[in-house]
Write a protein that binds this ligand. Sequence first.
Ligand SMILES: Cc1cc2nc3c(=O)[nH]c(=O)nc-3n(C[C@H](O)[C@H](O)[C@H](O)COP(=O)(O)OP(=O)(O)OC[C@H]3O[C@@H](n4cnc5c(N)ncnc54)[C@H](O)[C@@H]3O)c2cc1C
Length: 394
Amino acid sequence: MIDLSIGRDLETWLDQVRRLGRDYLRPLGIEADRRHEPVPPDHPFFALAWRMGLGQPLGVEERSASGPRNGARRGVVVAEEMSYWDRGMSVAMPGLGLGGPPLLTMGTPEQKERFLAPFRDREQPHWAAFGMTEPGAGSDVAAIQTTARRDGDGWVLNGAKTFISNSMRADWIVVWATVDRAAGRAGHRAFIVERGTPGLEDMRYEHKMGLIAYESSSFTLRDCRVPVANLLGGERYYAERAGFKGAMKSFNATRPAIAAMAVGIARAAYDAARDFARAHYALDRPTPRYQRVREKLARMARKIEGGRLLCWRAAYLADVEQPNEIEASMAKAFAAGMAQEATGLAVEILGDAGVTADAYVEKLYRDVKAMDIVEGTGQIQRLVIARRLVGLPG
Ligand SMILES: Cc1cc2nc3c(=O)[nH]c(=O)nc-3n(C[C@H](O)[C@H](O)[C@H](O)COP(=O)(O)OP(=O)(O)OC[C@H]3O[C@@H](n4cnc5c(N)ncnc54)[C@H](O)[C@@H]3O)c2cc1C
């Protein structure tokens, strides 16, 4: 059974998110898109939102010893809402981002204390980042080439990372490297690389077709030396070979929220198309043209609902600590594809008005494409589902 009630606290919170969405997220997202520049970290909105307790909506939480666990469900609800207003802005928000799951899953108590402490300060916004992808290793994470070599009381990292969200503004980045390229995933280690560490170099923006509000950056690690204490989880974690799998598993908690962001974009496209159709078309006339517009709107609404339910189911399973790999992958694969279809249909419904540069649906059409790439492409999600369904290990 899935519990679909979100509770009064979350309802009230969503009202606040809606207000912030209308007043800040969408206008700032549009402005960033027009200027083709991410919203800078010192923008006053980030400090305001952070003080209010609003950050990146990924459903990542520190586990409390008691009380109901509903972080993943909160994550999908807030992620959809924020992304409805602007998906780029929702990722630009301060917070642990994808750096959170590995720290919370693998980190030693000392590491959690040390690296989470800045994020408890609500006066100054803080960001963290997750650096796995490399120029030649995206879907195939086992192929990462960044090396880690033990040297005295530290580790020396060499390699390059690409498309790492918020890494330029991050206090620290979880950087994945290998101690033995031939060992595949067994050779992987995760390190916390703090901002300003010598050898963390060449930080530069990648220019994206959409989602401009947040920065995606590439960087080089050149003889970048980090202390032994920054090896995430400590050596024991990897001796038990649980590290990499543990980190990947933790993404099953965040993947439903990423999928819900696609649902949010689809909902924004639907609303824009519906409002346009109401204002410009005589929808009550039984002409074939208007019937097709009605059908398109109904198709969008139906699929949005389906996508949302998949996200909810995957999040619910994460909250009750049940395996959800298939469900999380289904939610991600379906929602990203559905949202692409929805933005395409919205552009069609608006006709020529939909492709003009200042049409909101045109921005959504560009924003949505990356949703099928981030955190596992649609093809990879379908492979994961198929492997699980036929009983092969993931
Ligand atoms: C906006 C954005 C933000 C990102 N943020 C981060 C981040 O914060 N941290 C981070 O580490 N990475 C991040 N990434 C990188 C992202 O994780 C990778 O882009 C993604 O994993 C795909 O890797 P790739 O781009 O190298 O494509 P490839 O893996 O080269 O894939 C290219 C194409 O081949 C397909 N393909 C690949 N392997 C197979 C296969 N076995 N079978 C069938 N088809 C296959 C893929 O589906 C895809 O269509 C981000 C990417 C984007 C676009």
